[in-house]
Ligand binder design. Sequence first.
Ligand code: NAD
Ligand code: DAU
Length: 333
Amino acid sequence: MSALLVTGGAGFIGANFVHHVLAHTEHTVTVLDKLTYAASAASLSDLPTDRSRLVVGDIADAWLVDSLVAEHDIVVHFAAESHNDNSLDDPKPFLESNIIGTYTLLEAVRRHGTRFHHISTDEVYGDLALDDPQRFTEETPYNPSSPYSSTKAGSDLLVRAWVRSFGINATISNCSNNYGPYQHVEKFIPRQITNVLTGVRPKLYGAGVNVRDWIHADDHSSAVLTIVERGRIGETYLIGADGEKNNREVIEMILEQMGRPADAYDHVTDRPGHDLRYAIDSTKLRTELGWEPRFTNFAEGLAATIDWYMNNRDWWDAQKAAAESRYAAQAQR
Ligand code: NAD
Ligand code: DAU
């Protein structure tokens, strides 16, 4: 049994991970989260209080981070500004949380000799052509496109440098697009589900040919737990579940599953610098650590996600209006 410090545990994937850890292990969990607009304390409200707690604070607060790291065995670092569209509008918070925040955590784990796992994204590799037979591997060169992905790439490089220069006990994982419960409604899938539920037409950027490699957040969680428990120090593992779909297919599946005509959506202005395709080769994680995804049927995982948003309107109602005002202020999206 270990004491885990989970940064960003009140966000989408962090909350799914905390639920997964408490359900499948004996570990205790402290969540450190600043509760930005993207967080929801309600995502953690049903957790056992004898094995989990929430500390509200900033990962860039060196004193707070040092005192928490000193009390824990393992740090699992999810906290980040995570939305590409926001990073195009105002990059500064991305530098503060993703770069300075990660640096602050690295210095604390260096002082205390604490095991550290860094959560990152496939976006650090840039994008692929639609017909490229290659997928991203751990050897693909970094080539990020957006302010968000460049700060995630920067944070990965800091972790690698702290491993090599200071010998910290760290691993890194780079995962593809997650879907599932507790995802903020600014993101593609919950935005369209909640658009339908509020009587607004779903919005597809550009022609919708962009491909994302979808993985259920619970599969991301099991992969991270596997790496935390059995990953080799200093290594990077790519996490993916062979879930490539283009955005048009996904929006049409959402509409059909919600009983609407498949073409009842609008094309809106494309995202500047919009990455065309992500695709993950997760052979290393599967062969070396024996991990396999459980949610291999995207249509079923999507139906369960739609049900979750239909049954948890209280969770997303307030953030929906705020997210749509941000979109209205950003562009025509
Ligand atoms: P999210 O935006 O839903 O949650 C991020 C959480 O981090 C929020 O609770 C927020 O309050 C917290 N946070 C942000 N800045 C902080 C700070 N300075 N101090 C403390 N807490 C802070 O993001 P997500 O989608 O859950 O992503 C989590 C991690 O996974 C990120 O590192 C992201 O880069 C990575 N990732 C996401 C995806 C995806 O599809 N969403 C895929 C691969 C990797
Ligand atoms: O690949 C991993 C990344 O996936 C993570 O690192 C990011 O944190 C996460 O936000 C996600 O990034 P994307 O930019 O791919 O996700 P988003 O949900 O914003 O958009 C998914 C696709 O859908 C993308 O091609 C843009 C498109 N889109 C998005 C929105 C919000 C639309 O067509 N319409 C929309 O309304």
